[in-house]
Design a protein around this ligand. Structure first.
Ligand code: MRU
Length: 369
């Protein structure tokens, strides 16, 4: 997607052929800074410190992390060390494990002298596959948006509500929740996005708003607790969110606050869709609410806010009384019964075990092996 009129991806192999470039998302929306990753440790830190974030991008970064590791030490011990370093970088996004499993399966059987080249080749494939998958999600989701246009007066604006950032910055390109939005915009459909600010880290306000703005998609940032009111007054045609992990039963783990939006949507008959690439499905987890561990992040994300002052400085200020305890659950799980449909690269699916299994039999087979 576009930044100042120029096409960008969130991660790429640099011109030197081996190092990896990535947009430093910690600096957005105030500064556009490109980071250079030159080692497996750099990739692990980028994931851990949220220089990159979003489930698909975490997977892509881990794949390049494995490639960087194979340059340094392609031995069996080096392969194991790289896997072990990266797998613990963040806990929720299952795409991290998916990408690392893919890399290990490609590299373990081959001669160590061939591993570096093979690792870059497989990582490049994973990155390209992410873009292709998101194009598929765009096409699946576009049909939903077109149906709404047909139902409303043609030519009227379609209002989509989204939570957190499941845009191109959270993937390699296009995004998941935003993919149908970008495609609809490209096709000339009038579309407007309600962007939840997404406390505590504000991925909506700082990332989704930034990328939609740069790509020219009309949007409005709203405090997190606004969605219910908008839905009650017919101001949301559909909600589309992303996800970090979908359990085999269709339960959806996503950024904290997603569940409340799904409840509000159900109460107001607003369709609530989740966009996901197939690597986000975790067939090893039967029941999302019971079995997906919820990442708890630093209390500083709740107590402190960073922003730009009127004279252009970046400053962090405390907004909670000294000594007040805080809790920072980073994700929640929306039960499948509140999800209207799962927008995937293989169509819009019912959020249940049978539909997921029928659409992605090869992923089930991989779990059973
Ligand atoms: O904690 P983050 O920023 O890594 O959160 C992950 C997300 O960006 C979201 O939960 C997102 O909506 C799903 S990933 C496409």
């Amino acid at each position: 997607m576009k930044v100042d009129g120029k096409h960008f991806r969130s991660i790429w192999r640099d011109g030197d052929g081996w190092s990896v470039g990535a947009i430093d998302q910690r600096r957005l929306p105030h500064e556009f800074v490109i980071a250079k990753l030159t080692s497996c440790e750099d990739a692990a830190v980028a994931i851990r410190d949220m220089l990159v974030r979003g489930a698909p991008l975490i997977g892509a970064t881990a794949a390049y992390g494995m490639a960087l590791a194979m340059r340094e030490d392609p031995s069996d011990a080096g392969l194991k060390r790289a896997f072990d370093t990266l797998i613990v970088a963040r806990p929720t996004a299952i795409n991290l494990k998916w990408a690392l499993d893919e890399m290990r399966a490609a590299l373990a059987p081959i001669d160590p002298v061939e591993r570096a080249a093979a690792a870059y080749a497989r990582a490049d494939e994973i990155v390209e596959q992410d873009v292709e998958i998101n194009r598929g999600i765009a096409a699946s989701g576009l049909a939903l948006i077109e149906a709404i246009v047909a139902r409303k007066k043609p030519g009227e604006t379609v209002n989509v509500l989204t939570h957190c950032n499941a845009g191109w910055l959270a993937t390699v390109d296009w995004g998941t929740a935003t993919a149908p939005i970008y495609l609809a915009h490209e096709r000339g459909i009038k579309i407007h996005v309600w962007v939840d600010e997404t406390r505590p880290r504000n991925q909506g306000a700082s990332l989704t708003a930034w990328e939609l703005g740069h790509h020219g998609v009309p949007h409005t940032v709203i405090p997190d607790n606004t969605g219910g009111h908008l839905m009650q007054h017919g101001m949301v045609d559909l909600a589309i969110v992303g996800t970090d992990r979908v359990a085999a039963n269709g339960d959806v783990c996503n950024k904290i606050g997603t569940y409340l939006k799904a409840l509000a949507a159900r109460d107001n008959d607003v369709p609530f869709y989740v966009a996901l690439p197939s690597p986000t499905i975790d067939f090893a987890v039967d029941d999302g609410i019971r079995d997906i561990p919820i990442e708890q992040r630093s209390g500083a994300e709740v107590t402190d806010m960073t922003g730009r002052t009127a004279d252009g400085r970046l400053e962090t200020v405390r907004i909670v009384p000294e000594g007040s305890p805080v809790a920072n659950y980073a994700f929640d799980v929306t039960p499948a019964r509140l999800v209207t449909g799962l927008i995937t690269e293989r169509g819009v699916l019912r959020p249940d075990r049978a539909s997921l299994a029928a659409a992605f039999p090869e992923r089930i087979a991989a779990v059973v092996e």
